[in-house]
Write a protein of this length. Structure first.
Length: 512
């Protein structure tokens, strides 16, 4: 017990799990509806978007590993291939051979984006038998989960609780949404393994390597509607879920915890937990009793209650990372849980406060039994009196900043935008430019030629002809308004230094 809450936790060792499953060895779990009694039937859900093109060879290697793993168990295997990107399509007949499946897989065209919401319909189709063939006994998802719309499947439709869908994880160096892929495997009660290790994944799919999973947690109040709707009553994993897939820890054990309200007006605390564990086709139930809090616990101090609270919070943080695919949502919920428990984690920080100024600066109430409590009270009262003065000082500093640097920048911008540009809006004098202005515009005096010609060109002139009457005529703009024929005659007569033939060649070369 801690405060007004009752925390409980439990651990089932690997030996206890093995003993429970051994006692149920003669009652294996039934196969999914519609599964053929012959060869195992594996469905392949292959993402054929453009971003998944690099994993085509890995999918072919996985097919060979699946066939080899089922061959070691004394039988063959048949397959059905589905591809999906923006639409889902079945690429082979139901129960196709290895060669047919590999040929269809090699012929896939990778293009477009990914819509993970199609996974719900794929699971429903694979888990049900139809006129085309039997249902699948297992399935493998090969995808990078990079959904263009940032969406995720619901995984609550038909077949989600019956068909185990194993997930082939891309390498961590690749661009992939691994959190969504692990969430899919967790929700569907299946396993995930790297696509780069096809033998490991094939062993899980074929059952050669059986994984122990906690598939459901119940309490003695699971049928109580009031307990179901009580937000203060929580367990990890959640007892409200009809199906979970919690793998064992590294030592093969399973851990669970919970919290319930305690005190006057609270509901009765739970007295038992029921665990459902599975390994391959075996399933067993394990009962755990929740002892009431001893009467001596309250007099011995809250140390044990605090330890159980921290344990429950750590398991909750682990569960949040596995059951939520959105990292932002995980961050919000994990931060709230860590701060509520008062622990330091990757989502929260632990502040060591010893001085009254630290409590005031962080706006945290000092506990009554803290040595700095009296000084904190005095400092808080003093700061409350001077709060108005501090707010006024902050307002003055803000005002000085706005009317200092910002006002200068505004003044400079207004001065630049209001400055008059010389000659702005006045027409350009076409024929009245003088010699100096024409010289500044370059040889030839800028624009030449009549409006009918519409051509503006320039030509380098010999130094000897720079002072010729022809150059003077050009700089004065005398050619602008004259017809082309008169311009040619005038230039020929006015320039004794340039022969008519040379003048004609210059014009033909584009000099004018």
């Amino acid at each position: 017990a801690s405060g007004e809450r009752l925390y409980f936790t439990g651990c089932v060792s690997k030996e206890e799990i093995d003993a429970a499953l051994a006692s149920r060895a003669g009652t294996p779990r039934g196969a999914p509806p519609g599964t053929a009694c012959g060869a195992p039937h594996v469905g392949l859900f292959v993402d054929c978007s453009l971003s998944a093109a690099g994993r085509a060879q890995g999918a072919l290697a996985l097919l060979d590993a699946l066939d080899a793993a089922h061959g070691k168990l004394g039988g063959g295997c048949v397959y059905t291939l589905w591809s999906f990107s923006r639409v889902a399509t079945r690429r082979t007949a139901r129960g196709a051979s290895l060669a047919e499946t590999k040929a269809a897989l090699a012929a896939l065209r990778y293009d477009g984006g990914t819509d993970l919401r199609l996974l719900d319909s794929l699971i429903a189709e694979a888990a049900s038998a139809d006129e085309h063939g039997p249902a699948c006994s297992a399935a493998v998802l090969i995808s990078d989960a990079l959904d263009n719309l940032k969406a995720a499947p619901k995984l609550t439709g038909p077949g989600s609780a019956e068909l185990p869908v194993h997930v082939a994880l891309p390498p961590e160096a690749c661009n992939a949404n691994l959190s969504v892929l692990r969430w899919i495997a967790r929700q569907l009660g299946s396993a995930c393994a790297p696509l780069s290790e096809p033998d490991e994944l094939a062993a899980l799919v074929s059952g050669a390597t059986a994984q122990v999973l906690l598939t459901r947690l119940q309490t003695d109040q699971s049928d109580d509607v009031a307990a179901f709707e009580d937000d203060a009553f929580q367990t990890c994993p959640d007892f409200r879920l009809s199906h979970v897939a919690v793998p064992t820890d590294a030592d093969g054990s399973l851990r669970m915890s919970g919290v319930s309200a305690l005190g006057e007006g609270a509901r009765d605390a739970p007295t038992a937990l029921g665990l459902t564990v599975s390994r391959g086709g075996l399933r067993a139930n394990i009962e755990l009793a929740i002892p009431p809090p001893p009467a001596a616990l309250e007099s011995s101090g809250p140390l044990l209650g605090r330890l159980l609270q921290v344990q429950h919070t750590l398991l909750t943080l682990r569960e949040l990372r596995a059951t939520f695919w959105d990292p932002k949502q995980v961050e919000v919920l994990a931060t709230a849980a860590a701060c509520d428990a008062g622990i330091a984690s990757e989502h929260s920080s632990l502040l060591l406060l010893s001085l009254p100024e630290q409590f005031c600066d962080n706006e945290i109430a000092c506990p009554p039994d803290h040595p700095a409590h009296a000084r904190w009270l005095a400092l808080s009262a003093e700061r409350a009196k001077t709060e108005a003065e501090r707010e006024e000082a902050e307002a003055k500093a803000k005002h000085a900043k706005l009317h200092g640097l910002v006002k200068q920048l505004v003044g400079r911008y207004k001065e630049m935008s209001d400055a008059a540009v010389p000659g702005w809006g006045k027409p350009v004098n076409r024929g009245g430019r003088g010699t100096e202005e024409a010289m500044m515009l370059g040889g030839g005096g800028g624009r030449r030629g009549s409006a009918a010609r519409g051509v503006t060109r320039s030509c380098a002139m010999p130094a000897a002809s720079a002072a010729s009457p022809l150059m003077a005529c050009m700089m004065e703009g005398g050619f602008d308004d004259a017809p082309p024929s008169r311009q040619l005659l005038a230039a020929s007569a006015a320039s004794p230094l340039m022969a008519p033939q040379r003048l004609l060649e210059c014009m033909m070369e584009g000099g004018f």
